[in-house]
Design a protein around this ligand. Structure first.
Ligand code: NAP
Length: 335
């Protein structure tokens, strides 16, 4: 498994990271998640050289963090443990974000909720420090906390040894720059896949310029790019994949186009003796500015398949061919 620096933090992390959102289970993921299998998946990831594990308090209301904590017991030193702060549900502090499974969630990067969140995460993960502590979503009006105030708290947590590096997620370019001005960050995490390339315009070049590590998410388009989600797969209305606003490639007409594209890559998967998931992850990891690809995995089989992509290097002409193909695919039809 290849590793790359996590920005200027001094930490080094596997280019394929394990995304632990699905391990939180719940209605957003449809089919129920099995904690025993989740633990096998996390431990298998470590065995296969995936040291970057990305979780968040919001994934299953703490369940994902608890499962990660159980899985890394006795192997803490092997993991680069990344979690997040800023989605808050214990009371109404912050700005309303969304309602999930009957719980209201607020975006809060206030100093007081951050102080509570770090202790909650350390307790759920059963660790004395977190390697990469990321703000999950930027603070927004009406209760917007200035980035400088949030960074002051995060820098203090770093001084105290509770976290080793600071990261952000889902920030706009100007917010990224403000974090750089307010003390600097090791990483930026955002949505990026071969079908969703908006980050190429500003975010990836800026991260590269500032030597900020990039953790891409939904790079497998939540399983669609593995080729294993056929036309007959139906998602429950509560599932994130049924949300056309986020996942319009899943709409049947669009899905058909993606499946045809994936089928056309059979010569490539034959040539590299790899699966589509591996081809897609390797392509993503090879894009300019991308340093780490988070791949969600709900079981050991998925994690094992995804980990092998960390050893796969695609030739320049094949990277270019895939890019030409996804550009030719065009945009998804909107509903
Ligand atoms: N910061 C943020 O706001 C944010 C947002 C989204 C995600 N993330 C992070 O990024 C990670 C990755 O994103 P994601 O989990 O949403 O999407 P993803 O990695 O694109 O897709 C993960 C899903 O794809 C399926 N899958 C993965 N590998 C597979 C394989 N080899 N074969 C068949 N199916 C496979 C599994 O779904 P099924 O088994 O259910 O079919 C899995 O849950 C998350 O886990 C999370 O850590 C962060």
């Amino acid at each position: 498994m290849k590793q790359r620096p996590l920005g200027n933090s001094g930490l080094s992390a596997s280019i394929v990271g394990l995304g632990a959102w699905v391990l939180g289970g719940g209605p957003v993921w449809g089919q129920e998640t099995d904690d025993a299998e989740s633990i096998r998946a996390i431990q298998g990831a470590l065995d296969l050289g995936i040291n970057l594990i990305d979780t968040a308090p919001a994934y299953g209301w703490g369940r994902s963090e608890r499962v990660v904590g159980q899985a890394i017991k006795g192997r803490r030193h092997q993991a680069v443990l990344a979690t997040k702060c800023g989605l808050w549900w214990e009371d109404e502090r912050g700005s309303f974000f969304t309602e999930l499974a009957g719980k209201k969630m607020y975006r809060s990067l206030r100093p007081d909720t951050l102080q509570l969140e770090i202790e909650n995460s350390l307790r759920r993960l059963e660790v004395d420090h977190i390697d990469l502590y990321q703000t999950h979503w930027p603070s927004v009006p009406p209760e917007q906390t200035p980035i400088a105030d949030t960074m002051e708290v995060l820098l203090k947590l770093k001084q105290q040894g509770k976290i080793r590096a600071i990261g952000v997620c889902n920030v706009a370019p100007e917010e990224l720059e403000e974090h750089v001005r307010c003390g600097g960050i090791a990483s930026d995490q955002f949505r990026y896949s071969m079908l969703h390339r908006e980050a190429e315009q500003e975010i990836l070049p800026r991260c590269e310029r500032h030597q900020i590590a990039t953790l891409t998410y939904m790079s497998l388009e939540q399983g669609l790019l593995t080729g294993k989600i056929g036309m007959d797969r139906v998602f429950a209305s509560t599932e994130f994949r049924a949300n056309a606003h986020w996942n319009d490639w899943f709409i049947p007409a669009n899905r058909q186009r993606v499946l045809e594209l994936l089928a056309s890559w059979k010569p490539l998967t034959d040539q590299y003796a790899c699966t589509l998931a591996q081809l897609v992850i390797a392509w993503t990891a090879a894009q300019p500015g991308v340093t780490h690809v988070l791949a969600g995995g709900r079981n050991l089989a998925q994690v094992t398949e995804n980990a092998r992509a960390g050893e796969l290097t695609l030739a320049a002409e094949d990277l270019a061919r895939i890019r030409r193909d996804v550009i030719a695919l065009g945009e998804p039809t909107k509903v």
